[in-house]
Design a protein around this ligand. Structure first.
Ligand SMILES: Cc1ncc(COP(=O)(O)O)c(C=O)c1O
Length: 401
């Protein structure tokens, strides 16, 4: 056999996948593992795409995506964040944020360029930098800094090779949201050192206690920001594979060049569905956010009651409790919990070094399942670490509404 690519082999496999192979082999599991809405795509959105297929709309579109969709995206961003993007040349419709991230990296990086990546973070960030020939430079965030990077950390990570800072807020896995104050400082830092900002805002609509601050809305940021977003989370459209990138026209044009050679365009059926989502999907988004918020309160209260300290997530749909008090590593904790109580959570280390001592619990699952999971976790904690759980905590009633 000829040799396969050494650089592709050098990329670490996703820590999530490894763990989910274990989960798949275990019966009767309640999963708090998957970062995917449990809701179906709202019917009107599905129907719009069925209708477009019936009408025979099954062709390629412009590489940039349907102009009608780009116009709606521009309007949507302006309505939410008062940021103006030109639909003609500053917006590219992509195959999810996943493709947008890959294109962004490949468009701005040359071999050996560095990208500062605050961790813990979404599993694809560092591999995307590496696949584009870049070098990710991690900085570790923690509950003490509300999982936000500090300017001091950015200063320490900076080198002559630094090209960009990658921001992912609301955060997967921590649920942290960015503050206007910190973002303003980060933008000033990026301006001072002439860096790009890559901002993954896929969870922008899923915030609870605070509001999402979009990176390009900060004065001075838009000209150096590639903002990525998509339909997977807010509209429960993971399988449609649709996202978009907004940025300076020269960068978007480069991204489009790569996109046109690799995928040509995003699927028209999904683009038609996204048009409907942006035109009439707001009510569904609001309803889903209400559900997530109820689940968030339930899961965080449950985790605290069983002795696992949990920073209050303000966005996305993940709780990220600290399990250090158990004396186990997060991998040991997750495996033991899976084998003994059949509850799947993701070890924090899957999201980088800052994930040590934490597990990620997704609450994009039904309230009933969250209740069962908390009851099982309660028994698990009482059995092994009775001192951590208050004696009044009753595992039969905990988590019940
Ligand atoms: C932070 C973050 N960015 C991007 C993605 C991938 O998004 P898409 O489905 O649009 O490719 C995910 C999926 O879990 C995510 O959590």
């Amino acid at each position: 056999m000829p040799q396969t690519s050494k650089s592709a082999e050098a990329i670490a496999p996703s820590g999530i996948r490894k763990f989910f192979d274990l989960v798949a082999a275990t019966e009767g599991v309640i999963s708090l593992g998957v970062g995917e809405p449990d809701f179906l795509t709202p019917w009107a959105i599905r129907e719009a795409s069925i209708y477009s297929i019936e009408k025979g709309r099954t062709t390629y579109t412009s590489n940039y995506g349907l102009l009608e969709l780009r116009e709606l995206i521009a309007e949507h961003i302006f309505n939410h964040y008062q940021v103006d993007y030109c639909p003609e040349n500053e917006i590219l419709v992509t195959v999810g944020v996943s493709e947008g991230m890959d294109l962004a990296m490949r468009s701005i990086l040359d071999l050996g360029d560095e990208v500062i990546v605050p961790e813990p973070c979404y599993v694809s960030y560092k591999p995307c930098v590496e696949l584009a020939g870049g070098i990710p430079v991690s900085i570790v965030t923690s509950p003490a800094t509300k999982f936000l990077p500090t300017i001091e950390q950015l200063e320490n990570a900076l080198s002559k090779k630094t090209k960009a800072i990658l921001l992912g807020y609301p955060s997967n896995p921590t649920g942290a949201i960015m503050t206007r104050e910190r973002l303003t400082e980060i933008v000033a830092f990026a301006e001072k050192h002439d860096l790009y900002l890559i901002s993954d805002e896929i969870y922008d609509r899923l915030t609870y206690d605070g509001v999402h601050i979009s990176t390009p809305s900060i004065p001075g940021a838009q000209e150096r920001t590639i903002m990525l977003n998509g339909f997977s989370k807010a509209y429960a459209m993971t399988g449609w594979r649709l996202g978009y990138a907004c940025g300076p026209k020269d960068v978007i044009s480069l991204m489009n060049k790569i996109h046109s050679y690799t995928v040509i365009c995003a699927p028209i059926v999904a683009q038609k569905a996204a048009i409907e989502a942006l035109k009439h999907g707001e009510e569904s988004v609001r309803e889903m956010v209400e559900h997530y918020n109820r689940r968030r309160r339930l899961i965080v209260a449950g985790l605290e009651d069983i002795g696992l300290q949990c920073h209050m997530p303000q966005g996305a749909f993940y709780a990220f409790p600290n399990i250090e008090s158990t004396g186990l590593t997060c991998e040991e904790f997750a495996e033991k919990l899976l084998f003994e109580e059949k509850v799947a959570v993701v070890p924090g280390t899957a999201f980088g070094a800052g994930g040590d001592g934490h597990i990620r619990c997704s609450y994009a699952t039904s309230i009933d399942k969250i209740e069962i999971a908390i009851k099982r976790m309660c028994k698990f904690m009482k059995r092994h670490w009775p001192g951590n759980v208050s004696p009044e905590t009753d595992c039969e009633t905990i988590g019940s509404r």
